[in-house]
Design a binder for this molecule. Structure first.
Ligand SMILES: Cc1ncc(C[n+]2csc(CCOP(=O)(O)OP(=O)(O)O)c2C)c(N)n1
Length: 271
């Protein structure tokens, strides 16, 4: 754990749940080797400054192609990508659709605070109707929010999960995601204490595991995803909605299979 510290002073707002996500991530990564991280741009992306790991602090919306590039360069890396909801569902949405299809073996955590926080609180694709900021005054946001869980299920993602910004939940789901071979999509619901304060979400959450949800059943996963539309909050299911064993991107290409086994290196691949 200590080795994962960079010693950088945190510039997140005091009390920001990003600190809990960081702690959960550190606990899950403490015993792993060969880890590389990628972040986007936004408050979430500062996690790159606080984790003493190699990788790339990428550009807005481009976390996923950067993760894929790292895996192609070295399929033995344990790659973890971090995005915000703006980064993932707005600027980076086209990459998200294809990442689900490619099924490259990396893990992707989306810190969903339902706002573009770093740029002071504009609505994103998952902001609820009626949310007010300077750009939507006086009537508030009028656009129906996107349901990213349903999107990922429809795009064929092989691992689709959601947790709350809580140390134990983040540690648990990242460990589960690492056990999965393929693209693991994990959304982390977090209030933004400055621009999208807690609306009592945590009290409305419940665990899918405890209700006996069958994570191999795609139709059941869709039904569970429908329970929370990011607009009105009645109940919010957490845990693994769907998981399926599928050939990974790295297994599809003989060059990548050989690279993984260290039978070749990029230097001696003839072009
Ligand atoms: C291509 C591009 N568009 C817009 C911006 C401006 N920008 C920087 S941070 C940010 C908000 C990020 O929001 P989100 O991804 O939700 O992360 P959060 O700050 O909420 O953690 C925006 C719009 C940018 N840097 N690059």
């Amino acid at each position: 754990m200590k080795k994962l510290d960079t010693g950088e002073k945190s510039t997140w707002c005091p009390g920001c749940p990003n600190s809990l996500i960081l702690e959960g991530v550190k606990q899950a990564l403490a015993k792993r080797t060969n880890v590389a991280i990628v972040s986007g741009i936004g408050c979430h992306a500062k996690i790159f400054d606080y984790l003493n790991l190699p990788g790339l602090n990428s550009i807005h919306g481009r976390v996923l192609p950067t993760c894929l590039g790292l895996k192609i360069g070295n399929p033995n890396l344990n790659v973890v990508g971090f995005s915000g909801d703006g980064d993932a569902y707005q600027e980076g949405i086209s990459h998200l659709v294809h990442a689900a299809r490619y099924n490259s073996d990396f893990k992707y955590l989306v810190h969903n605070n339902q706002v573009f926080a770093l740029t002071v609180g504009q609505p994103t694709a998952t902001t609820e109707i009626g949310f007010k900021d300077k750009t939507t005054m006086p009537f508030g946001s009028k656009i129906v929010p996107l349901n990213p869980i349903k999107l990922m299920l429809a795009c064929g993602a092989s691992f689709v999960a959601r947790v709350f910004a809580d140390i134990k939940q983040v540690r648990w789901i990242l460990n589960e995601a690492f056990k999965h071979k393929g693209f693991a999509f994990v959304e982390i619901i977090q209030p933004c204490i400055t621009f999208h304060p807690d609306t009592g979400y945590k009290e409305k959450t419940y665990s899918l595991e405890k209700t006996g949800h069958n994570k191999r059943d795609l139709k059941a996963a869709f039904r569970k995803a429908d329970e929370f539309d990011y607009n009105t909050v009645k109940k919010i299911p957490l845990g693994i909605f769907y998981q399926e064993k599928r050939e990974t991107f790295e297994e599809k290409y003989p060059q990548l299979v050989k690279l993984k086994k260290k039978e070749i290196s990029w230097r001696n691949i003839k072009r």
